[in-house]
Design a protein around this ligand. Structure first.
Ligand SMILES: [Zn+2]
Length: 466
């Protein structure tokens, strides 16, 4: 009891210290890279996991940098659905000749346990080449970069032709409803704009050399389906052929063996063209074959055997959870599986449902759609964004191609697209495509990549606003 009381007292003191740190005055370093480093370090060291709930403290800490740089209080907003899920939105005023640009990043991170890591995940550690810590890549690099760039624009007296809006949200990793979803529903005026720049696009390094700079234009749509087999059951000493567990197993094996048809949208067409350019030999030919009609089966088989490419070609469905039976000595009366589907953009869940019912091919088995993410179309491959990304990419990494991509996972971009704001994932942060540690152990980012990403996004936002 006493021990508990003491523990809660020390936690109160700790949170007071934290709050004061967040509100403390910041001194803006005159060196741009030093400024970025300080913002980045501070952001990494806030434990903004779902368990620790420090998002609002992080939002306040970031707002303190803007205040120190002279941003007006009326241009800084912090708020959200829950006290610990604060979102920061701030505005850099331009001439208003064009609709604003939104620079978005999420403050929250997935959890990281000290014992699972070689280093403390919530201390910015470094060696000669890398920064280490939870969020060093996903997504605090972009958050710190956007913030440091806002301050840099201010210091330089930059006059953009449109407002530049930074939105640092607090709920991306747990679904987005309290973060970007809350802002779109409750403060839509704060984040209204012609386009948004978001996470989801990276530069790809191979053997340390930049290969392509990606721009995420689309995302697959998360959807949950449930498959249920029922049976009257009975005593397990008298087994019969009809059995809820066996029936469900058969249904799931049918789903395993089924492949949704290949559909190549405009974004993926351009992406595969560019994939062909950066690959050689058979692999390059296979990517080129995807652009022909009908697609040769052997090329399709080779590419579909790679999970990452298969997921770009079609909607996928996979069993992820299983539950069945009620006693070790009884025939099961119910067996249930969760099937996680990642639909291509623009898909209709009802059409997917009918497909799964056909694939299961057993009228005794119930297949249900249980909901999912925002149904969105890809953002348009507009001349404005594509030429700006191309221009800056060529000036920084001559000869490196720009490759539009579709993410197989989900980001806050889906909610923005759903709200009618074309959203593009591009960062100029180059990462080794065979060593992505997002959500994993010892997450890290090349130091050089951080500072290059800073220059890339600085130049990109300028390119789009002058
Ligand atoms: Zn992220």
């Amino acid at each position: 009891m006493m021990k508990n009381l003491m523990k809660s007292c020390s936690m109160i003191i700790l949170s007071l210290v934290f709050a004061q740190t967040a509100l403390a005055q910041r001194t803006i370093p005159t060196d741009d890279e030093q400024l970025l480093y300080e913002v980045y370090k501070e952001l990494i060291e806030y434990k903004t996991t779902m368990q620790e709930e420090n998002n609002t403290i992080a939002a306040e800490g970031m707002a303190a940098w803007l205040q120190a740089a002279g941003f007006a209080q009326e241009d800084i907003f912090i708020g959200g659905a829950l006290p610990h899920k604060g979102n920061l939105v701030a505005r850099y005023r331009g001439t208003g000749a064009k609709e604003p640009i939104i620079m978005m990043a999420h403050l929250d991170v997935v959890s990281a346990e000290r014992d699972d890591w070689n280093l403390d995940p919530f201390v910015l550690n470094e060696d000669d080449d890398y920064y280490y810590g939870r969020g060093t890549l996903d997504d605090k690099a972009m958050g710190a970069i956007f913030l440091a760039n806002m301050i840099r624009f201010k210091r330089e007296g930059y006059q953009p032709n449109r407002d530049l809006i930074i939105a640092l949200t607090s709920d991306e990793e747990s679904g987005g409803s309290n973060g970007i979803g809350w802002l779109l529903d409750n403060r839509p005026g704060l984040i209204q704009g012609a386009l948004a720049i978001n996470e989801g696009g990276y530069g790809l390094l191979q053997d340390g050399k930049p290969l392509a700079n990606t721009i995420q234009i689309a995302e697959k749509i998360y959807a949950t389906f449930r498959v249920t087999a029922k049976n009257p059951g009975g005593h397990s000493s008298l087994p019969r052929a009809d059995n809820a567990i066996y029936d469900l197993a058969e249904a799931l094996l049918n789903i395993r063996d089924f492949k949704f048809p290949v559909e190549i949208n405009d974004v993926m067409r351009v992406s595969f063209e560019r994939q062909a350019e950066i690959n050689t030999g058979q692999r390059a030919e296979d990517f080129r074959a995807l652009l022909t009609y009908p697609i040769p089966q052997d090329a399709l088989d080779r590419l579909s055997s790679e999970a990452a490419i298969n997921a770009q070609l079609r909607t996928t469905a996979v069993a992820t959870l299983l539950d069945g039976g009620h006693a070790p000595n009884a025939l099961p009366q119910t067996a249930v599986a969760n099937v996680n589907v990642r639909m291509l953009p623009g898909s209709d869940p009802q059409v997917v449902l009918q497909t799964l019912i056909d694939v299961v091919d057993n009228s005794e088995i119930l297949v249900e759609y249980r909901g999912g993410g925002s149904i969105t179309d890809p953002s348009p491959l507009s001349e404005e964004i594509m030429s700006a990304v191309e221009t800056v990419t060529q000036s920084m990494w001559p000869g490196v191609i720009v490759m539009p991509t579709m993410s197989t996972g989900a980001t806050d971009g889906a909610r923005m697209r759903r709200a009618g704001i074309p959203t593009y994932g591009t960062s100029g942060l180059f990462v080794d495509r065979n060593d992505m540690r997002i959500h994993g152990q010892d997450e890290r980012l090349l130091k050089e990549s951080l500072y290059n990403g800073y220059k890339f996004l600085y130049s990109l936002v300028k390119e789009l606003s002058q």
